[in-house]
Design a protein around this ligand. Structure first.
Ligand code: SD4
Length: 330
């Protein structure tokens, strides 16, 4: 597991990440730059940086970055090794969006380790935005993606352990608590949301997850829903979310963050207002975790979550491995 405290310290001690660039922005990055949710965003950012630093596009960068946790066997539940649903099926959700409003997504996709790349094919090679379940799998296979068993022995053991009690209760911040841990971990959600600004000033975003572990078969979260788990508007900025997707969908969270930025709010204020909207409409959501992350066209970054424990990774020419704690209401 990444040493989160050390990384946060390094980020704060290190050079030129311009912290608190202006009121309401947690940091200001220089383009090209990329940010992503949770501790495992650091490694994902570095893969995105390999694209951005060579003049590559934000879209290529977020796809390359999102593929890192999808392939990471220590990450229980983005892509391969994801924790399954209640019935033991690993079902993946992902979405990708560019600055012009082009987007693609898959939901409930089984047997394909890189749903983010399938989402991109939906965007680029079909007239549609979202493919689900068997149809998404059929499309992925037709596109040449290999069919795999995604349930690893470790994830199967965790599921069997869960079956002993079979209680479904989303645990806040399980991404941090169980990243890199074995079957004993209690992770029941893990998502990477990633936002990039390339050297040409173009934005793009990606979001990929296996959703809530032990979910009901067929449950789809916010991550593949454009406007909920991800939204990008090249004239304004981009936002993504993590946490209990039902609360994000109810409030069309990422779209809300981008619209608040359009009205002039800096990213951190926009994320804070979107979290507040969730809590105002449903006060009991305070016991859950939802986090938003946002980046505007000026490279200003913001985040906010319901509860402590949300972290996000930042990367630009000055520093590629920064990790910051997200501010929260509780
Ligand atoms: C979902 N939002 O499926 C995802 C899970 C998540 O960090 O983000 N976990 O609801």
């Amino acid at each position: 597991m990444l040493d989160r405290r050390a990384l946060i310290t390094a980020a704060l001690a290190g050079p030129p990440l311009l912290l608190a660039g202006r009121a309401g922005a947690a940091a200001t990055l220089t383009s090209p730059c990329v940010i992503s949710t949770w501790d495992f965003g650091v490694a994902a950012n570095q893969a995105a940086w390999a694209v951005l630093s060579k003049g590559g596009s934000a879209l290529d960068a977020v796809e390359a970055g999102a593929r890192v946790p999808e392939a990471d066997l220590n990450n229980h539940s983005v892509g391969r090794a994801g924790y399954p649903d209640r019935d033991g099926h690993v079902t993946l959700d992902a979405s990708i969006m560019d600055a012009d409003g082009n987007c693609g997504a898959v939901a409930g996709l089984e047997h394909i380790a890189h749903p983010i790349s399938v989402a991109r094919r939906v965007m680029e090679r079909t007239p549609h935005v979202l493919l689900v379940g068997d149809g998404a799998l059929q499309f992925a296979l037709e596109q040449g993606f290999p069919r795999e068993e995604l349930l690893t022995p470790e994830s199967r053991a965790a599921w069997r352990e869960w079956l002993k009690t079979a209680k479904y209760r989303p645990a806040a911040n399980s991404e941090v608590d169980t990243y890199g841990k074995g079957a004993g971990g209690a992770a029941n959600h893990d998502t990477i949301g990633m936002l990039a600004l390339d050297a040409k000033g173009e934005l793009a975003g990606a979001c990929t997850t296996s959703g809530m572990a032990w979910k009901l078969r067929g449950r789809v979260g916010d991550s593949p829903i454009i406007g909920a788990g991800l939204y990008v508007d090249g004239a304004v900025g981009a936002a993504t979310s993590t946490g209990v997707g039902e609360e994000v969908i109810r409030n069309v969270g990422s779209f809300l963050v981008v619209e608040l930025m359009r009205q002039g709010h800096p990213p951190e204020e926009a994320c804070k207002a979107a979290v507040k909207r969730i809590l105002d409409r449903k006060p009991s959501a305070k016991d859950l975790q939802v986090g938003f992350l946002a980046l505007n066209t000026r490279g200003e970054v913001g985040a906010w979550s319901i509860q402590k424990g949300f972290s996000y990774a930042l990367c630009d020419g000055a520093k590629q491995d920064a990790l910051l704690p997200g501010p929260s209401f509780y």
